[in-house]
Design a protein around this ligand. Structure first.
Ligand SMILES: *Cc1c(COP(=O)(O)O)cnc(C)c1O
Length: 384
């Protein structure tokens, strides 16, 4: 890009060009499986739609630009993007994985990738000494999330980069930026080699599609991921590509409101005397608030809190009128989740206890509604 665009402009324009046929300002959904070739070996760069699709090209360019990356590779889901990154590794390689990563990421590594000779160590990546101890001679990838789900713990991405440099390891650093979004945090600028997302969450933002993306500044990694995308075939469909393009046009506006609503709700919850704990990196009481301020421009829309009373939490879960009881997060509408019985049921009880995922914990995905209505809804549920 020759123009240095600011974030909001990038959201709306990056990766997209008016349709050359009609001048249509919006990128069409190219529902096609193949492309006519003028002669043998004569085509316009499009041969078969698993390999390339113009709508997918546009969303890949858009999502890459949002993270300040040169290359984007889009997949059928966040987990398909994660798997493609794991497929950069080979049998005999070792992976270091954050100890509080998305449950599906853990399941993919533990139940599938290990069957192909990959070994892994889980570690609290916010603890640099522990991370140092987990790196082996054959470690090829460090994969982490910050903030984590649902405890909102942070990892210092720049410090992890320095540690890997200092140790002289060839391990790549891949950061799942789904929770923060590039509006709030850009891991490539902090030294990550790869950033990946479940676009299902904030990037699409409207709870109406499943998708994933990996972005990088490395031409070599981009080429290898494009090869995997085409060879393994877990591609993002043209319709989903279009929906995400529609979503990112308002990413900056939505994130501003998610950030503001969540901060107000976290402060309101913290001021109450009947709760055991409130977890939100934007609160001064968060143990890593200073790191959050250095590494993030805002703290996103996820707030967790612990009532300390499992019975009360269970009563609350079904007492909301606006917050909907549902898995997932990052949409315009507010959701409530009980991690123990919904998203984290498969995490062994000892691990849950160590991480602080108790029976009395609730996780809010704060939407972009009027915050007063959300506070009234919380008040009502807390009284239930
Ligand atoms: C949802 C999620 C994923 C998985 O994405 P899907 O689109 O559901 O496959 C990965 N990481 C995080 C942090 C998520 O929230």
């Amino acid at each position: 890009m020759t123009l240095t665009q600011r974030f909001a402009t990038t959201c709306i324009h990056a990766g997209q060009h008016p349709d050359p046929y009609s001048g249509a300002i919006m990128t069409p959904v190219y529902f096609t499986s193949t492309y006519i070739q003028e002669g043998l070996n004569q085509h316009r760069g499009f041969e078969y739609a698993r390999t390339r699709n113009p709508t997918r090209d546009a969303v890949e360019g858009n999502l890459a630009a949002l993270e300040g990356a040169d290359f984007g590779i889009a997949f059928a889901s966040g987990l398909a993007a994660t798997q493609a990154i794991l497929e950069l590794l080979s049998s005999g390689d070792h992976l270091v994985l954050g100890d509080n990563v998305y449950g599906g990421t853990f399941r993919l590594v533990d139940r599938i990738m290990t069957r192909f000779g990959l070994t892994y160590t889980q570690v609290d990546t916010s603890d640099l000494a522990a991370l140092r101890g987990a790196i082996q001679a054959n470690t090829k990838l460090v994969m982490l999330e910050t903030p984590t789900n649902p405890m909102l713990g942070l990892t210092d991405i720049a410090a992890v980069r320095s540690l890997l440099g200092e140790m002289g390891t060839a391990a790549l650093l891949a950061v799942d930026n789904t929770f923060a979004t590039p509006f709030n945090q850009r891991p490539l600028e902090l030294g990550a080699d790869l950033v990946f997302h479940s676009t299902t969450k904030y990037l699409n933002g409207h709870s109406d599609s499943i998708g994933g993306v990996a972005v990088t500044n490395s031409a070599d990694l981009s080429e290898r991921l494009h090869f995997i995308q085409n060879a393994a075939g877990a591609i993002l469909s043209p319709m989903e590509s279009w929906l995400i393009l529609r979503g990112t046009k308002t990413l900056h506006l939505r994130m501003e409101r998610h950030n503001a609503n969540a901060l107000e709700i976290a402060r309101w919850l913290e001021a109450r005397t009947d709760l055991k704990a409130v977890y939100y990196p934007g609160l001064e009481s968060h143990p890593q608030h200073d790191l959050g301020k250095r590494q993030m421009q805002g703290f996103s829309g996820i707030v967790s809190f612990d009532t300390g009373d499992a019975q009360r939490t269970r009563r609350m879960a079904s007492a909301f009128k606006i917050f909907a009881l549902a898995e997932s997060l990052g949409g315009v509408e507010s959701l409530i989740c009980h991690p123990v019985s919904m998203t984290h049921g498969s995490v062994p009880e000892a691990d849950r206890a160590r991480l602080g995922i108790t029976d009395s914990l609730l996780r809010l995905s704060v939407g972009v509604e009027d915050v007063h209505d959300l506070l009234e809804d919380l008040e009502r549920a807390l009284k239930a």
